[in-house]
Ligand binder design. Structure first.
Ligand code: AMP
Ligand code: GLY
Length: 425
């Protein structure tokens, strides 16, 4: 089949690498793609949020199947538009993409389906939110309801900070995303990410990962989209995974199906492993970035066929997904200044030389400038390696990082530290 992949980051480079190897993929296009994706797909200059442009391309080029990387086109209704022209999409319709597009929607769904999550109240004005705040212990979590590029969550350590966050959100700090605010109980525990594929009715587990959200070594400094990740996450034991499927994932899929808004695509559950068991922090309606890179590194099978089965109600017809038993670990190389104001245009050399011994270097925010690859975003490269232990994967990834010449870039030197420490015990 002819496949169009939508997106341009490291997540999409990893997906394109697997899709291009899939026996069931005849021709792969990417919109808009990036210089790394060019090795696996024909890149076409259509932005991921240009729904009209994407639909016109699908019609004109006989595209049979569309895999959507980022959330914005899904929340805007790309899967619905493709459905109208009879083309299956990997990714939910807008009604089900509200799982990521509206935190309040997800919390209400958890309440209806008795899914374990933090206690919460939805608020539509600053006055209401300030009053509601009185009922919560400190620290407390204040969230903008809508999509805020990962920035709409404030963990307030004092009552004053919580009030300030409420005022900022209702004053438009996150645009329309903050027109409604969710106030949540603060949960403690270790975080892990869990992935499941759903065809609307059936759901299968698709692996686990842990990422590092803070910019600095030791998990300090501002939040980012993720500075590195590894998979699987050993803290998510087989028993815990089974509990997550039973108490969180299956009730979500069943409730959405029963309510006439079935969920198709990947469900990315952010989990808090609390003393009372796993609880849902949030859902994303897409693969994580960079979590996808480590999942794809380990995946062994025909990815195009699997994602197509999920998109056509046929998940029960496919074998359970197979993954290498090795760990995969990815280190994000970012441009100096990230996450605030990343420096653009820095030249990167040595990518090909570093890609030896099974290491894969996924392009996240790069561009071509003459013969050079240059930085064109905050997160620039994802240096990804396999190993029998997290420590081995980490050593291989950093050996490759050290071969890359990117003077205007930086990375964390401790990706995987928690697991490396546990392995050493
Ligand atoms: P999100 O943007 O929803 O992924 O939230 C960003 C981060 O905020 C999460 O990865 C958690 O570390 C933290 N967080 C969100 N909600 C809570 C909560 N209710 N309790 C504790 N931490 C939370
Ligand atoms: N790495 C976190 C995310 O993709 O949302």
């Amino acid at each position: 089949m002819n496949i169009l992949l939508v997106g341009s980051g490291g997540r999409e480079h990893a997906l394109s690498w697997q899709l291009a190897q899939s026996p069931s993929c005849a021709k792969l296009y990417a919109a808009p793609g990036n210089p790394g994706i060019e090795a696996h797909a024909e890149c076409v200059a259509i932005a991921a949020d240009d729904l009209d442009g994407l639909i016109a391309f699908v019609k004109a080029h006989g595209v049979d199947f569309v895999v959507v990387g980022p959330e914005a086109p899904l929340v805007a209704g790309l899967a619905d538009r493709l459905g109208e022209i009879g083309v299956p999409a990997f990714g939910p319709a807008a009604a089900a993409a509200r799982l990521e597009g509206s935190k309040g929607f997800t919390k209400d769904l958890c309440a209806r389906a008795s899914i374990p999550t933090a206690a919460y109240v939805r608020c539509t004005s600053a006055e209401e939110a300030r009053a509601v705040l009185e009922g919560f212990a400190i620290p407390v979590v204040i969230k903008a309801d809508g999509l805020a590029a990962g920035k709409g969550v404030i963990i307030a350590e004092t009552h004053e900070d919580a009030e300030a966050a409420i005022d900022d959100m209702f004053d438009g700090a996150f645009g329309s995303a903050g027109a409604e605010v969710v106030i949540e109980e603060f949960m403690t525990g270790e975080e892990a990410s869990f992935f499941a594929l759903s065809d609307g009715q059936h759901v299968i587990a698709f692996g686990s990962a842990q990422d590092h959200k803070r910019v600095g070594d030791g998990d300090v400094g501002p939040n980012t989209g993720g500075m590195g990740a590894y998979s699987p996450a050993p803290v998510l034991t087989a028993d815990l995974e089974a509990a997550v499927m039973d108490r969180i994932i299956r009730p979500t899929v069943a409730t959405l199906a029963a309510e006439g808004t079935p969920y198709v695509g990947v469900l990315f559950a952010g989990l808090m492993l609390t003393a009372e068991g796993p609880k849902l922090i949030e859902y994303n309606c897409r693969f994580g970035d960079p979590e996808c890179q480590v999942l794809m590194m380990r995946y062994a099978g025909d990815l195009a066929a699997l994602l197509h089965a999920a998109s056509t109600g046929a998940l029960t017809d496919v074998a359970a997904p197979a993954f290498a038993s090795d760990y995969a670990l990815t280190v994000v190389m970012a441009a100096n200044g990230y996450p605030a104001t990343p420096e653009k245009g820095g030249i990167i050399r040595g990518i090909a030389d570093a890609e030896t011994g099974g290491v894969r270097i996924f392009h996240a925010g790069t561009a071509r400038s003459g013969d050079h690859i240059i930085a064109a975003g905050g997160r620039v490269l994802n240096v990804t390696a396999l190993g029998r232990t997290v420590a081995e994967a980490q050593a291989r990834a950093y050996a490759a990082v050290d071969r890359i010449d990117f003077p205007s870039g930086f990375c964390r030197r401790d990706i995987g530290w928690r697991e490396v420490a546990r392995e050493a015990e």
